[in-house]
Design a protein around this ligand. Structure first.
Ligand SMILES: Cc1cc2nc3c(=O)[nH]c(=O)nc-3n(C[C@H](O)[C@H](O)[C@H](O)COP(=O)(O)O)c2cc1C
Ligand SMILES: Nc1ncnc2c1ncn2[C@@H]1O[C@H](COP(=O)(O)OP(=O)(O)OP(=O)(O)O)[C@@H](O)[C@H]1O
Length: 260
């Protein structure tokens, strides 16, 4: 288990002693979209009311890369960016669980006993109404509520934030990006979609494999140092930044809209 504390770059190891009891919110949280923000807001509120730290528990890689039917899991954010955004929303610590086949095989009871109650000493658990966990996704918010009676935590299922009739979801944002609808992605995220990577001499932005980039086309973008740029996504999915002031090295570009 990796733990990242706000203003601490990366903490690797077990949950630091003295962190618990905690308020825990659970899920992948890719992109930290507006629905996730509702959930995190609820968790942070409970943490403040009870005087407890709020811990966001996330999974890496995306569980759907390890188990279940294949589906698009292109990453809307790196784990570090997820942690940064969660920190901005008031989360005190982020635990990254390696989603392995071994973890996937854990029963809901084992996950609660060993991880939620055992290591995190959860006093409250906040999840979306559609959250599932444990082998074959058998655990639900109701399972958490029942187990919580024995393990001493309260369970807080949160209604899913809708977006034009359907729940706001990472899947919806990935689908917006695949069709080049960066405005739709931004509406669900609550901010422009950001792609991080390393800028090369000809403006090419090298990104981690499996990063969600918009459909091929030309976009208005902004580098995180504030410069407005044109960004081309090529037919092969390469990202090329056309900046007046070329530079190289680590960079991030926000997709503001379609160009032209
Ligand atoms: C301990 C544990 C075991 C899991 N086992 C499975 C599994 O066997 N099959 C599966 O499709 N998903 C499994 N999952 C993934 C969950 O169903 C779910 O995708 C994950 O908890 C992320 O929730 P979210 O999609 O609401 O963010 C497991 C999750 C956990 C925490
Ligand atoms: N629209 C929403 N409103 C409130 N909570 C949400 C919403 N969408 C997801 N959640 C909750 O946020 C946590 C993280 O969920 P998850 O990362 O699976 O989001 P997602 O957007 O549904 O992802 P994906 O589309 O990839 O399945 C879970 O507890 C989930 O129930």
């Amino acid at each position: 288990m990796t733990v990242m504390l706000r203003r601490t770059p990366v903490w690797r190891g077990t949950v630091p002693g003295g962190l618990g009891p905690t308020v825990v919110t659970l899920g992948v949280f890719d992109g930290v979209h507006r629905g996730h923000a509702r959930l995190i807001g609820e968790a942070v509120g409970i943490g403040r009311d009870r005087g407890l730290p709020t811990v966001l528990v996330t999974f890496d890689p995306h569980p759907a890369r390890v188990v279940g039917p294949p589906r698009c899991t292109d990453a809307l954010s790196t784990v570090e960016r997820r942690a940064e955004l969660a920190g901005e929303l008031g989360v005190d610590a982020v635990c990254v669980l390696s989603f392995t086949r071994e973890l996937a095989a854990m029963s809901p009871l084992d996950f609660v006993a060993r991880i939620l109650a055992g290591r995190l000493r959860a006093a409250a658990v906040v999840v979306g109404g559609n959250f599932t966990f444990g082998h074959r996704g058998a655990g639900t918010p109701d399972t958490l509520r029942r187990l919580g009676h024995n393990y001493g935590f309260t369970t807080h299922p949160v209604d899913l934030l809708p977006l034009a009739g359907t729940p706001c979801s990472s899947t919806h944002i990935r689908s917006c990006l695949r069709s080049g609808d960066v405005d739709g992605a931004a509406r669900a995220l609550g901010r422009p979609h950001r792609v991080q990577g390393v800028l090369g001499a000809r403006g090419q932005l090298s990104v981690e494999p499996g990063t969600a980039v918009p459909a091929p086309g030309l976009y208005r973008g902004r580098l995180t140092d504030g410069e407005d740029v044109v960004v081309e996504v090529t037919e092969t999915g390469a990202v090329v930044v056309r900046a007046a002031r070329p530079r190289t090295g680590p960079a991030a570009v926000d997709f503001l809209g379609v160009s032209g």
